[in-house]
Structure formats: C-alpha cells, structure tokens
Design a protein around this ligand. Structure first.
Ligand code: AMP
Ligand code: GLY
Length: 419
C-alpha cells in the first residue's frame, strides 16, 4: 500500500521511517516532511491532504500532530471513503478542550485531579477558595504548551486568573479555565491504539518536559524520552487499561464519537494511584522516537487495521531492549530558537548504530543541513539494559554539533532506580 504521513517533526520522521520498513508498504509520502523524513518518504508540499492522497493513490493516511485532527481532517477523509488513522473532530476534543476532557473524565469515572471549570473571572476567583497552593490553572484550548500555570501561592493564582481572563497569556483560549489540585508523583506517558473498540497498548514511556536537568526551567515540547517495560508493573498496566483506556474508548463510543487513533494518556503516578493529567489524541513527541525504534510489527498493517475497524486482527511485537531518545535543541528554545546553523556529525552518530530523527532541520542550496526549529534532532539508541541504553544514546549524540546546541544530560535517569 501507499502511505501518507501528515506532519514534519521528529515524531513523523520516526513514523515514516518505521512505515517504510513495513513489508506491506510500496511507498511512503509525507506532507510536508523534512530532510530526515525525505530519506524514508517522498515529501509533498501543500496542506490539502485529501487532494494529495487522491493524487498519489494513498491507501492509508497517518496523522502526526493534533492540529489537523482538531480541524477535522479525519472527518474529511472518512466522507471521501479514504482510510485514515486518527480521531474524528468530535473525538479530538479530548485534546482540543481541557474543559471537555475534564468533564468527560468525570462522566466516565476516569481518575484525575479534583477540578473546577470557570468561564469568567468572578467564578474562577470564587472557585480558588476551595483549593490550596500550589494550584494548577489550565487554559481550555490549544495553547502551544503555554496554557498551564502552576501557581505557587494563592496570590499568584489570583493574579494569573486575572491575566488569563484578560486574554493576556494565551488569548481567548485562557478565558475558559480549568482549576485543579496539584498532584505529586512521577509522570508516565501511556499510549494505546484503538479502532473504536479494540485497544492495543504501546510500551510505556517517560518524557522530560523541562528544558534543564533535574526538571528545572520552563516547559518544552519534550527534551527526551525513554521506553522501558519497567516504568509500569503488569498490575499498573492492567489498572490503567481498566480505569483509563477502556472507560475512555467505551465512553467516546457511547457518546457517539468512537475514538480511532492513538490515545495518549499523560499520567501522574501518585500515592493514591494513577491520575490522568490529560489526553492527547496523537502520538507523543519525542515518545514516538524511542517507541518506533523498538517496534517490530508491520506498522502499516496495524494502522490500516486500526483505520478500518479490524484492530482485533493485530498484535504488537517489540524488541526487548530499552530505548532512549535525546533531543538536541537550538539556542533560545523553548523561547524563539536560533535557526540556520550548520549541523555536523550525524553520520558519525549513526555509525554507532543509533538512529537520528530530524525535527527542525532544512537543507540549503549547497546541500548542507541546517537547524530550522526549536527541537532539531532526536538521537535514539537501545541496549540490553537501561543504563547501557542511556550510555549508547549519549555516545551517539557526542559527535553531533551545531552552534548553541542544548540538550539534557539526565534523560532516562529517573528509570535507573528500577534496575
Ligand atoms: P497538561 O498539558 O495538562 O499535561 O499539563 C502540562 C504539564 O503540567 C504536565 O505534564 C505536568 O508536568 C504539569 N501538570 C499538569 N497538571 C498537573 C497537576 N494537576 N499537578 C501537577 N502537575 C501538573
Ligand atoms: N511529549 C509530550 C507530547 O507530545 O505532548
């Protein structure tokens, strides 16, 4: 089959790379792709994805980022009778609206932080009286990672509410708020595939959201991730399937919007059990990179089965070795990144056996590879133990250079206590 990947980041490079290795795949296309993706796929420009799919005889489309899902690309493909793996617009609200998702959790008894929703300042300030500092304030709509504030004092919380409601922080998205209790624990990314009925969990992973080591500094899209079965015990996985994934998939079906696609539960493992911080309706970035690195199954066939209601015919097989992805980011990130710096050393990195996934890269007229975004590369490696996998990933990253490159030195180290 011919497959189209929508997106142009590190997640999409990992998907395109793995899809290109599927025995059932004739050709992979990407819209719009990047120079790394171009090694595995033919990159297409334009964002009329349905037209691109028709023009190139696409049998299966896989959506990377949330924006096209929330815009309804899956509804469009479905109406045209073209298989696509992702949720319809109504189901994508699980990520597109925090108020929708929190109320959905409540309707279906999915464990989450205690919360209140508010759509005006007076209500939000009143609701704050039922919370203690630190308290979490979340803008309702998509806010490019800037919509969550953890207020350390109630005074800061009140001031932040006023700023959100005045539209000063993230515009209109901040004029509808979720106020919720602050949870303490380790964060885990638990992602599953569903065709609306069958649920197939992927291996658990952990992201590293802050820019600096030891979870310091501002939040980013994710500075690295690792995949290791030991992140969750079998019992925890079973609990998550029964209390989070199954109620979510069955809940969406009962509410008339069956969920097809990747469902990503961002969890906090608290002393009182796992709590769902959020759902994303897509794969994580950078979690996808170490997850795809380990996947052994025919990804295209699995996703085709997912898109056509036949996921019960699929199983997932994995390489046994833990995998680690280290994000190399540009100077300035997570603020405005410096771009246009020459990148060297990727061949040397891959000569160690690692895979270097491209996120923000481009080539110039001389064929040189340049940085072109906040997160630039994700160096991904695996080894029989987590300590060895971490070492392999950092050894692979060592030869790579571009001006102002920044990366965390502690990716995966939270997992070492389990070894
Ligand atoms: P979200 O977009 O809802 O996942 O929030 C972004 C990040 O804020 C999460 O990855 C957590 O690190 C943090 N966060 C969100 N909600 C809470 C909470 N209730 N308690 C503690 N930290 C939280
Ligand atoms: N790595 C976090 C995310 O993809 O949302």
């Amino acid at each position: 089959m011919n497959v189209l990947v929508i997106g142009s980041g590190g997640r999409e490079h990992a998907l395109a790379w793995r899809l290109a290795q599927s025995p059932t795949v004739k050709k992979v296309y990407a819209a719009t792709g990047n120079p790394g993706i171009a090694q595995s796929a033919t990159c297409l420009s334009g964002n009329n994805y349905l037209q691109l799919a028709a023009d190139h005889g696409i049998d299966l489309t896989v959506v990377g980022p949330e924006a096209p899902l929330i815009d309804g690309v899956v509804d469009q493909f479905r109406q045209a009778g073209r298989p696509i793996f992702g949720p319809v617009q109504a189901a994508a609200q699980l990520e597109g609206s925090k108020i929708f998702s929190k109320n959905f959790f409540a309707r279906h008894n999915i464990p989450t932080a205690r919360f209140h929703t508010a759509t005006n300042e007076a209500d939000a300030l009143k609701a704050l009286e039922d919370f203690e500092a630190p308290v979490v304030l979340k803008a309702d709509g998509l806010a490019a990672g800037k919509g969550v504030v953890i207020a350390q004092t109630m005074e800061e919380a009140r001031a932040t509410v006023k700023q959100f409601m005045a539209g000063e922080l993230v515009g209109a998205a901040g004029q509808r708020l979720v106020i919720e209790e602050f949870l303490v624990g380790e964060e885990v990314s638990f992602i599953a595939l569903s065709d609306g009925t069958t649920i197939l969990p992927l291996l658990p992973s952990q992201d590293h959201k802050n820019i600096f080591d030891n979870d310091q500094g501002p939040n980013t899209g994710g500075m690295g991730a690792y995949v290791d079965e030991r992140i969750l015990t079998n019992e925890q996985t079973q609990t998550l399937m029964e209390t989070v994934m199954r109620p979510a998939i069955e809940g969406m079906r009962k509410e008339g919007s069956p969920f097809t696609g990747f469902l990503y539960a961002g969890l906090m493992m608290t002393a009182n059990g796992p709590k769902t911080l959020e759902f994303n309706v897509r794969m994580g970035d950078p979690e996808t990179q170490p997850i795809m690195y380990r996947l052994r199954s025919d990804l295209a066939q699995v996703l085709y089965n997912g898109a056509t209601g036949k996921l019960h015919n699929s199983t997932l097989e994995w390489s046994p070795d833990p995998s680690v992805a280290i994000v190399l980011a540009a100077a300035g990130y997570p603020g405005k990144p410096t771009t246009g710096d020459v990148i060297t050393g990727i061949d040397a990195a891959e000569a160690t056996g690692a895979k270097v996934f491209h996120a923000g890269t481009k080539t110039n007229e001389n064929g040189q590879l340049l940085s072109n975004g906040g997160r630039v590369l994700a160096v991904t490696a695996s080894a029989p133990t987590l300590p060895q996998a971490i070492e392999s990933a950092y050894r692979a990253a060592a030869p790579i250079h571009f001006a102002g490159m920044q990366f965390r030195k502690d990716i995966g180290t939270k997992g070492l206590k389990r070894w």
